[in-house]
Write a protein that binds this ligand. Structure first.
Ligand code: NAD
Length: 428
């Protein structure tokens, strides 16, 4: 299609990826943020977030004259054909999505948007938000389109440029189709929907993933109690094409910047229409129970009492491949350990700086020094390749709690240590 003039508001994981990728598809993109320092860094080609390929796309977009960064949405949107809202929608008080950033931008730009410009929500927003934005903007010549984003942190660029599907929804279907055409170069099915359905797709998909993870964590717990091995159980389940192989790994609980807030928001949306979404509230409760079971397992590894125990923590990010700590299950476990009196020494290859309640060090071996137990909380591949015999030499205790089932138990046992995973037989 003819390149379009696009403004992207918000330059976080979603906004920056959207801006840089749309520029790489040939569009002319202006990215806007309220954070002046971030805008200056980005304008100089400096990308803070860890996303493979993103810094390169930003540099190339700037060099090609197709990507720029500015502060101030109001001026930026005056000649735009589409404005993508990529601002945060965190969990608000009471558990609903906090739409203040989305509404602030709509209020800021509503009266200066050119006629025909599509106002596109890429932020995750509850059903009814497109309608609310349309009312706020108060104009019939500006179509509002929902275009939820499904990228995963750590593979954001690859996901954006190779999506499983593109969803565009509006009560003005022609506008939704036009937004879909902005992605014409990508080889992906485009689902064109009404606004409410498009908005619900994102929550329905994310919450399904949370349900699947809570389910597999429950099955892992059953495995431990029944003497079965979750690796074999999920291998057997995964061959069933109705189930699939992904999202079948147990862990310390699900987290990250999306699943906790999106599950909570959908429960609230359901409540607003008098539906008690019990299946989803159970998945949320189960996630807290999983965290507590992991804490109990770690307590067991240090003789039952966490107070005064020195615990080496491997991994803090919410998953491997990202430096994002928002709602990280690793931090959730760590904060309970800390509250129960454990001394935590932590290492994550993508995280530095200070974190309350622990000492963050810059190599994995420092974590092992004098540790009563070592706990793997994020599935960074490099932890598999540590010299576990050297780790064992440094440790005081012999227990390794592998909440991601990442390590090869034989390697740990050969190093003279004892291995406990999740839903698997202990190896000692
Ligand atoms: P983020 O916190 O990484 O980035 C948001 C950016 O918006 C920040 O740079 C912030 O300074 C900026 N901002 C805030 N208010 C602004 C305003 N009024 N004007 C201009 N800029 C403003 O957030 P994110 O992770 O990119 O998430 C954005 C949205 O996308 C959320 O709704 C989220 O649920 C959704 N989403 C996130 C992911 C993900 O993996 N992170 C995936 C899919 C969808």
């Amino acid at each position: 299609m003819t390149p379009a003039r696009i403004v992207v508001v918000g330059t976080g994981y979603v906004g920056l990826t959207t801006g840089a990728c749309l520029a790489s598809l040939g569009h002319y993109v202006t990215c806007v943020d309220v954070d002046r320092a971030k805008v200056s860094r980005l304008a100089a080609g400096r990308v803070d977030i860890l996303e493979p390929g993103l810094a390169d796309l930003v540099t190339r977009g700037i060099a090609a004259g197709r990507l720029q960064f500015v502060v101030g949405a109001r001026d930026a949107v005056r000649t735009a054909q589409a404005v993508f809202l990529c601002v945060p929608t965190p969990m608000g008080a009471g558990g609903s999505a906090d739409l203040r950033a989305v509404e602030a931008v709509a209020a800021e730009i509503g009266d200066v948007l050119p006629t025909g410009c599509a106002l596109v929500t890429k932020s995750t927003v509850p059903v009814g938000t497109s309608k609310r934005i349309q009312e706020m903007v108060g104009r019939t010549d500006v179509p509002v389109v929902s275009n939820p984003e499904f990228l995963r942190e750590g593979t954001a660029v690859a996901d954006f440029l190779g999506p499983d599907r593109i969803v565009v929804g509006s009560d003005e279907l022609a506008a939704a189709r036009w937004v879909g055409e902005l992605y014409a170069e990508l080889d992906a099915p485009v689902v064109v929907a009404d606004a409410a359905s498009a908005e619900l797709v994102k929550y329905a998909a994310n919450c399904y993933l949370a349900l699947k993870l809570s389910y597999v964590n429950s099955i892992a717990e059953l495995c431990e109690r029944l003497g079965a091995d979750i690796n074999l159980v999920t291998e057997g389940m995964g061959y069933d094409r109705r189930i699939g192989r992904t999202f079948l790994k147990p862990g310390p609980g699900w987290g990250g910047s999306c699943l906790p807030k999106d599950t909570s928001a959908l429960v609230k949306v359901a409540e607003s229409v008098n539906y008690d979404f019990r299946m989803l509230t159970s998945a949320i409760d189960e996630n807290i129970a999983q965290r507590d079971r992991i804490v109990a397992k770690i307590a067991g590894a240090v003789g039952g009492t966490l107070a005064g125990a020195r615990i080496g923590v491997l991994g803090l990010a919410f998953k491997a491949g990202t430096n994002d700590l928002r709602d990280s299950p690793a931090l959730a476990v760590a904060s309970v350990l800390c509250a129960l009196g454990a001394e935590l020494i932590a290492y994550d290859p993508a995280v530095d700086g200070e974190i309350a309640g622990m000492t963050v060090v810059d190599d994995a071996y420092q974590v092992a020094k004098d540790a009563d137990a070592v706990v793997v909380l994020t599935e960074w591949a490099e932890f598999k390749h540590l010299d576990w015999a050297a780790m064992a030499e440094l440790m005081d205790g012999i227990d390794v709690v592998d909440t991601r089932n990442l390590l090869d138990p034989r390697v740990i046992v050969d190093a003279g240590l004892s291995w406990q995973g999740v839903g698997r037989p202990r190896a000692a």
